[in-house]
Structure formats: structure tokens, C-alpha cells
Design a protein around this ligand. Structure first.
Ligand code: ADP
Ligand code: MG
Length: 598
């Protein structure tokens, strides 16, 4: 093999190990890592170890080394895998996907960026303008998505708080002609609150630190993130540690510029900044009970009225309507008559938070949709241009365990179980085909099939998500605790489920609060506090109507469902858990239809 490392670099493919014990596996990985070899194959699977430092592995020279080669011709590299996917796509018009998995901070998102850079570098030799445009959008969209969807966590300073699946469409020449991004479950609770040492989404700090004085004034903002409830926790933290250039100020310019290049209009960018500012002001609104009972307000007032004015101005909605929406909600009484019901302090605070989260989520989804609109393959006629072939890249949140794990971690880890299952199915299928090709009798391989864990979560009627939906649809005061009791009843004999109630001696779980799932990647204890609320994920129709009636066309476009009157809203919307499950099922079906490379 040309240009291959000698034996002192360990085995480039784990398949070459004499015996495959965990110890040998780790030893080989370590040996290679110490020599700067972060990549190792297991057959067609690439294992990557995060070096947490810049290694001279990437860039034009390295790309040239892998371009057009066969997988095993060069030392293991991500580029070799992408090259294989690209060749399969081009030679055989085969849809391919690259699935990147690993725990949070493992280097998945960085890998997805290297994949895009490789594809951009090896395509469009004839410099067609439309292809250049698509490549530019593909590359630049990453920094925009990261601004709105990433945040500093204790595991990763630039952690993706959403899942991403990106399809790149290629024409018969093998040049990218379009793309589409699917995003999955943004961790929007982060808008309100972050763990110690963590931050809100980058976009907020970028806006505060990167805007010039005049822009800030126009948004009624102060530069210091500690002034705002939503950004106070992370105010003393920056986004980058490895790289001093990675400052919020610089990134604000970079993101604004990227949006411009991609094709966002200046008005759209301004709307985005106003929406972010409105969320920050909303977060500082507090409610107080008033002495005298106003005619409609039920004795509730906003502590600092100026903030209501800012929110109204920034969202281009009438001030009195903003105030009314914050203090009360419309309910349809028996005879279809609408009455206004005043909030308590707790209800109003809850509604304010739900609104802040929803506005941010809609903003994020709008940004993704906008990028998709720009990347959509344009004016292509399959009869004339031939069928597009697709390479999909999946960069989804890794398995996650925090000191306290909530609904979000539950969804993330369920997603990882789902992918693990897909992985098992695809790899086994591939191996089996290979055995058959080589005429070897098929030997069954011992492996742990995690199907039972997936079932525990998604099975109809009794699965955790179904039980949770049931709890959410029950009228009356059903609590997270009752939800936990129901889980205990259904799953007391499940080998992967436990709780304090079921294991009274296990002091690592709290009674009436925690349950534990034995995931394929490890045990995770979940606190049920907030599960029902987060799953129900409701926002009063009044807020939706308010925002739909905004005179800012960008904001208005994010709230099509605000068109409905409260009396027209009959169907209970699907819960967050069910929506997530449906999107996971669709994702897995889509991936299963493609040829995998991991
Ligand atoms: P994940 O998406 O798996 O959570 P990231 O891709 O964001 O993790 O990686 C976390 C951090 O690790 C990055 O910000 C970067 O500093 C570092 N890193 C990841 N991959 C590489 C790499 N190939 N070379 C150098 N540093 C890397
Ligand atoms: Mg990531």
C-alpha cells in the first residue's frame, strides 16, 4: 500500500487485530492517537477520536491525497469515507448517507463540516455559477445554524442543541445543485434557564456583544448580558476557549455577513435582531398583584411597564394588546361566547416563559426554512437533467447524561437508541451480504439488540411516550408524580426500567421523582419534574394571534396558526414527544433506504 503507515502506528483497521478484546481495541486506539492518528477503520466504519487541537489533517493538500482514491489506499481518514460515498453516488447513482454518532463533544459537528468542505473542494471543476452558489450556501449556512442552534454546555463549548440531517442533491455530473436541512427538537428550554457553567444560545450574546451602540439603542438593549434574566447565568462566559478568535463580537459580524451572502434580505436580518431583543425584554417582565381590582385584569400588573412597550415595538404589535395578552387569556365559554380570564402571577409567568420559548423556536425553524428555500434545487427538470442523487449527512445530538436529566435528555437518548438500532440492522445486513458474496456460511454474531429499549419508549399504549401523552390529555390536576406511578405499574418487570419505588434501597434515585433507563450506552436517571409540561408544550392562542397580527412580515410568517380564533382551535395539538417520535421514525426510514457509511 502506497503512503501507508508502518506497524508502529498500530493497526489502521480493527479488523486486522489478532484478537478483538476491549483491551486490545483501546490499546490500538491509544497507540494510534498518540501518533496523531485519530482515525481508525472497523471495516467500512470509521472511528474518530477528538484531538481537541488543530492537527495538520485537513485542507486542500490532504483533500488531494484522498480524491478519487479507493478506501484502503490511504491511511484512514474522514475524507476517504466521504470520497467513497461520493464515488458510489456518482458511479452508480446510488443515494448514500453518512451517519455520525457519538456522545456530546465527540466531534460530530466538526466532522460534518469537514465532509462539506471535502465535497465543496472536489466538485464543480467547470465553475458553474449555480453550483458555486449552492456550495457557498451549504458552507455558510453552518455558521448561521450554529449561532441559533448551538450553545456552550459543560461538555462542549459549541454544543449543537438540535439534531441536523442534511441532504445534498447532486446532478449527473456529480456537482451539488441543492440541499435540504431537517432539524430535530431544538432544546428550547435553554432560552429560559441554563445549568451553572452553561450559556443560552450563542445568538443572544452575539447580538449584545457584537452590535454597535446605535443598533443596541434601537433595540433598547444594554450591552451587558448580566442585565437580562435569560442571559445572566452565562454572562461571564465566552463561547470559545481553544480559540481566542472565537468571540461573540466577531461571530456576530460573521453570522450577519453569512446571512447576507446566503440571501437573507437586510429587512429579514433586522427582524431577526428585533425578535431576539424582544425575547430578552420579555424575560425581564415580572408580574405583581395590584391592590385595587382593575375591570379586567384580575388585579395583576406588569412591574416595569416600559418593557411591555419595548416588546410591542420590537414585535410590531399594539402595546395594549401585548399587555392584555400577558395578563389574561381568552376562553370560550359554553355558548361560544368569549370571555377574558385574568392570570394569577404564576400563570402569567408561565405564559410569558412559554411565549419566549415558542418565539425562539419559531425563529430557529424559520431560519432553517429560509435556508432551505434558498438551497432548493432550482428549475430542474428530471427529464432533461436526469435524476438527482443524494448524499445525506446526519449529525444528531449524542448520548447525553447530566447530573439532572429531563425530558430533553430523554428524547435525545431515545434518538440514540433508534440510531443504534438502525446501525445494527444496516451493518448486519451488509455483513451478511458480504458473507454470501464470498460464499461463506452465515454465522450469527452475538450482539446486544437494543430493540427492547426502543419498545420501552415508543410502544403504543404502554410505552413511556404513550403513558406521558395519556397524562397530558387527562383533564384535571395530573402530576408528574402520578405519571411516574403509572410508568412503575406498566414497567415494573422491564429489565431496562427501574425507579426508587421499584428498588427502595437504591439511594441514587429519589422517591417519587426519578426513573432510570438502562440505555445501550449506559444508565441514565431521569427526573420526571416538568415532563408533562414540556410534552404538552402549550402556548395560549392569544399569543399566537398577537404575533400573527404583527405588521412585521418576517415575524408574522412564523405564526400561521395564529390566524385561528380560539373557537376554531378544536383539535388538541400533537405533543412534543409524539412529534419527536414521528420525526425519528421518518428519519430512520429515510436512512434505511440509503446506503450507509459511518
Ligand atoms: P459534537 O458535535 O460531537 O458534540 P463538536 O464537533 O462540536 O462535538 O466538537 C467539540 C469540539 O472538539 C470542537 O469545538 C473542537 O474544538 C474540537 N474538535 C472536534 N473535532 C475536532 C478535530 N477533528 N480536530 C480538532 N478539534 C476538534
Ligand atoms: Mg454537535
Amino acid at each position: 500500500m502506497e503512503d501507508e503507515d508502518g506497524p508502529e502506528y498500530g493497526k489502521p483497521d480493527f479488523v486486522l487485530l489478532d484478537q478483538l478484546t476491549m483491551e486490545d481495541f483501546m490499546k490500538n486506539l491509544q497507540l494510534r492517537f498518540e501518533k496523531g492518528r485519530i482515525y481508525t477503520y472497523i471495516g467500512e466504519v470509521l472511528v474518530s477520536v477528538n484531538p481537541y487541537q488543530e492537527l495538520p489533517l485537513y485542507g486542500p493538500e490532504a483533500i488531494a491525497k484522498y480524491q478519487g482514491r479507493e478506501l484502503y489506499e490511504r491511511p484512514p481518514h474522514l475524507y476517504a469515507v466521504v470520497n467513497a460515498a461520493y464515488k458510489a453516488m456518482k458511479r452508480r447513482s446510488r443515494d448514500t448517507c453518512v451517519v455520525i454518532s457519538g456522545e456530546s463533544g465527540a466531534g460530530k459537528t466538526e466532522a460534518s463540516k469537514h465532509i462539506m468542505q471535502y465535497i465543496a473542494a472536489v466538485t464543480n471543476p467547470s465553475q458553474r455559477a449555480e453550483v458555486e452558489r449552492v456550495k457557498d450556501v451549504l458552507l455558510k449556512s453552518t455558521c448561521v445554524l450554529e449561532a441559533f442552534g448551538n450553545a456552550r454546555t459543560n461538555r462542549n463549548h459549541n454544543s449543537s442543541r438540535f439534531g441536523k440531517y442534511m441532504d445534498i442533491n447532486f446532478d449527473f455530473k456529480g456537482d451539488p445543485v441543492g440541499g435540504h436541512i431537517h432539524s430535530y427538537l431544538l432544546e428550547k428550554s435553554r432560552v429560559l434557564k441554563q445549568h451553572v457553567g452553561e450559556r443560552n444560545f450563542h445568538a443572544f450574546y452575539q447580538l449584545l456583544r457584537g452590535s454597535d451602540d446605535q443598533a443596541l439603542q434601537g433595540l433598547h438593549l444594554e450591552r451587558n448580558p448580566a442585565v437580562y434574566n435569560f442571559t445572566r447565568q452565562g454572562a461571564g462566559l465566552n463561547m470559545g476557549v481553544h480559540n481566542a478568535l472565537d468571540s461573540d463580537e466577531k461571530n456576530h459580524q460573521a453570522v450577519t455577513e453569512a446571512m447576507r451572502v446566503i440571501g437573507f434580505s437586510p429587512e429579514e436580518v433586522e427582524s431577526i435582531h428585533r425578535i431576539l431583543a424582544a425575547i430578552l425584554h420579555l424575560g425581564n417582565i415580572e408580574f405583581v398583584e395590584t391592590e385595587e381590582d382593575g375591570p379586567q385584569k384580575g388585579g395583576l400588573a406588569v412591574a416595569e411597564e416600559a418593557l411591555v412597550g419595548y416588546v410591542a415595538e420590537l414585535t410590531a404589535t399594539p402595546r395594549d394588546l401585548v399587555l392584555r395578552t400577558l395578563l389574561a387569556r381568552t376562553v370560550a365559554s359554553g355558548g361560544r361566547e368569549l370571555i377574558e380570564k385574568g392570570h394569577t402571577v404564576a400563570e402569567a409567568s408561565y405564559a410569558r416563559d412559554a411565549c419566549a420559548k415558542a418565539v425562539y423556536q419559531r425563529l430557529f425553524e424559520w431560519v432553517v426554512d429560509r435556508i432551505n428555500g434558498i438551497m432548493e434545487p432550482r428549475g430542474r427538470d428530471p427529464r432533461r437533467d436526469g435524476k438527482d442523487t443524494v448524499i445525506g449527512v446526519l449529525d444528531i445530538y449524542g448520548f447525553e447524561v447530566f447530573p439532572v436529566n429531563s425530558f430533553e435528555q430523554f428524547c435525545i437518548n431515545y434518538c440514540n437508541e433508534k440510531l443504534q438500532q438502525l446501525f445494527i440492522q444496516l451493518i448486519l445486513k451488509q455483513e451478511q451480504e458480504e458473507y454470501e458474496r464470498e460464499g461463506i456460511a452465515w454465522q450469527s454474531v452475538e450482539y446486544f439488540n437494543n430493540a427492547t429499549i426502543v419498545e420501552l419508549v415508543e410502544r403504543p399504549h404502554r410505552g413511556i411516550l404513550a403513558v406521558l401523552d395519556e397524562a397530558c390529555s387527562t383533564a384535571g390536576p395530573i402530576t408528574d408524580r402520578i405519571f411516574l406511578q403509572t410508568l412503575d405499574t406498566h414497567h415494573r418487570h422491564h429489565p431496562h426500567y427501574s425507579s426508587r419505588q421499584l428498588c427502595p434501597t437504591d439511594k441514587t434515585m429519589e422517591f417519587g421523582r426519578d426513573f432510570r433507563i438502562k440505555h445501550y450506552a449506559g444508565d441514565v436517571t431521569y427526573s420526571v419534574e416538568g415532563f408533562i409540561d414540556k410534552n404538552r408544550d402549550s402556548l395560549f392562542q392569544d399569543f399566537k394571534r398577537l404575533l400573527y397580527n404583527s405588521t412585521d412580515p418576517t415575524l408574522r410568517a412564523m405564526w400561521p396558526d395564529g390566524q385561528q380564533d380560539i373557537t376554531e382551535v378544536t383539535k388538541r395539538p400533537l405533543t412534543a414527544g409524539t412529534l419527536f417520535k414521528n420525526s425519528m421514525v421518518a428519519l430512520v426510514e429515510n436512512l434505511a433506504s440509503k446506503r450507509p457509511l459511518a
